[in-house]
Design a protein around this ligand. Structure first.
Ligand code: ADP
Ligand code: MG
Length: 457
């Protein structure tokens, strides 16, 4: 039986039947391990992955195996844990497990953190374009997007993407010289070089370091804002690399034109390629990020915990991940094998929830009722007159805009309406807002009111 050789076929069959997120998070992580007494042994990288697969995908896995191996096997089981794995590996090896992190032969100092890869970056609505741009640069450095300038708020994955680009490039071609630096490191290196007063060739060491690379990744460039001399030097470094057709990728918390006191010519250099922003992840992406994190770290958490965190902490992935580890840490302290919702609440009782989370559907509905002078029963009820329908649709629109709650649950609040009704309202108002100034202003005012209602009980 050719278990390893045909494993991709099994995956392909399953892939057609599940969502991309489930496939990525669970199915793809399974590895065929051995065949023992005609039973196929499949390895899952965590208890959580094993449980998920057994609970949700067992029939699909069986279907994939049946279609691929027909009568060649009798059954299968999913195992997890190093100990189990080793037991079976000794039994009957069916091939080498795919090597995941090939060592590079490059001993050049890259400053890259191998932990950040494209593989463990979760792609959703808020970051799919920036992801595609970064992936393109990693696939074809110095081709289309040069420089690539990525900007966005704290903890949204900019640093992760910069490292992912570098890691992929040296994996694909170990001879490539990739250098990741923060703006601060660049500045310090530069200052050191100058302070050394040309001793020991400090300046040429600095030059060599920065100008002999194939790919330069500069993080947090916004810190360059007040450092005129560093700007000047960066400008030259940039030009040098650019003229040699080397790839430059820059990350910042704001777009070039908003970096104060950036010299015009540096701004125009930074803006000369592709500028792409990265937004806060939506609910589904937050869930996927947490699940992935739990998998990587081998955390045992119940899915309610994941939902709870994704609902309450929504603006910053770093914080979201921090909360998850706090919950797991707490659960471990308490001797709980699986972190549950009570662990989460207890562990995080002193952590402030994101402000946005304090806005609820109810508050948005109340604000709309007050603003349009409609009573709440009517707003969420069945009446079809325009005076009610318009505010109702606006309320639905605002809810989808402000809270990325699932459409189904919004429909439920509005008298058990179908999610397609919510979708229709959302799209209609979004369309109208574009060229209806009056409506546009109403929406702005409503959003203001919702924002200030946030702190009231
Ligand atoms: P930034 O540089 O934008 O402040 P980071 O790249 O440091 O943010 O991201 C903060 C943390 O969140 C990191 O641990 C990173 O791996 C994680 N992270 C952010 N976005 C994602 C994502 N889309 N998928 C997986 N992990 C993410
Ligand atoms: Mg960063």
């Amino acid at each position: 039986m050719k278990l390893l050789e045909n494993w991709n076929n099994v995956l392909n069959l399953i892939e057609k039947e599940v969502t991309a997120v489930s496939f990525d998070l669970w199915i793809k992580t399974l590895k065929p391990l051995a065949v023992k007494d005609d039973e196929i042994i499949i390895y899952a990288p965590s208890v959580m992955a094993k449980n998920q697969c057994e609970k949700n995908f067992i029939n699909l896995i069986r279907f994939g195996l049946d279609s691929t191996f027909k009568d060649e096997y009798k059954g299968f089981k999913i195992i997890t844990g190093e100990e189990e794995k080793n037991k079976f590996l000794k039994e009957e090896l069916v091939g080498e497990l795919p090597e995941e992190n090939k060592k590079t032969t490059n001993n050049y100092r890259t400053n890259l953190n191998p932990k950040y890869t494209f593989n463990n970056f979760v792609v959703g609505k808020s970051n799919q374009i920036v992801y595609a741009a970064c992936k393109n640069v990693a696939d074809h450095p110095s081709c289309r997007f040069n420089p690539l300038f990525v900007y966005g708020g704290v903890g949204l994955g900019k640093t992760h993407l910069l490292h992912a680009i570098g890691n992929q490039i040296i994996k694909d071609d170990p001879q490539m010289k990739v250098l990741y630096v923060t703006c601060e490191q660049f500045t310090n290196d530069y200052i050191d070089a100058i302070r050394s007063n040309f001793k020991d060739n400090a300046i040429s060491v600095f030059r060599d370091k920065y100008r002999n690379v194939d790919v330069l990744l500069v993080d947090d460039i916004q810190f360059i804002s007040k450092k005129i001399e560093t700007q000047e030097n960066f400008f030259h470094t940039f030009n040098d690399l650019y003229q040699q057709n080397k790839q430059i990728v820059i990350a910042s918390d704001r777009p070039p034109k908003e970096i104060e006191t950036l010299s015009d010519r540096l701004e125009s250099r930074l803006s000369s390629g592709l500028i792409q922003d990265i937004g806060s992840p939506d609910f589904e992406t937050r869930v996927a990020i947490l699940i992935k994190k739990a998998q990587i770290e081998n955390y045992n958490v119940q899915s309610e915990v994941i939902d709870y965190l994704a609902e309450n902490y929504d603006s910053n992935v770093r914080e979201l991940e921090g909360c998850l580890s706090q919950v797991v840490f707490y659960a471990n302290l308490m001797g709980h094998h699986f972190a549950d919702i009570n662990d989460a609440k207890e562990a995080l009782k002193n952590v402030k929830k994101d402000e946005k989370a304090q806005v609820t559907m109810d508050k948005i509905i109340n604000v709309c009722c007050e603003y349009y002078n409609v009573n709440k029963q009517d707003l969420v009820g069945k009446k079809k007159n325009k005076e009610i329908v318009d505010p109702r649709q606006i309320a639905m629109y605002l809810i989808t805009e402000i809270l990325d709650a699932p459409l189904v649950s919004i429909g439920r609040v509005f008298g058990n309406r179908d999610h397609t009704t919510v979708m229709h309202a959302r799209d209609k108002v979004a369309r109208l807002v574009q060229d209806n100034i009056k409506l546009k202003n109403e929406i702005v005012e409503l959003k203001e009111k919702i924002k200030s209602s946030q702190n009231k009980k």
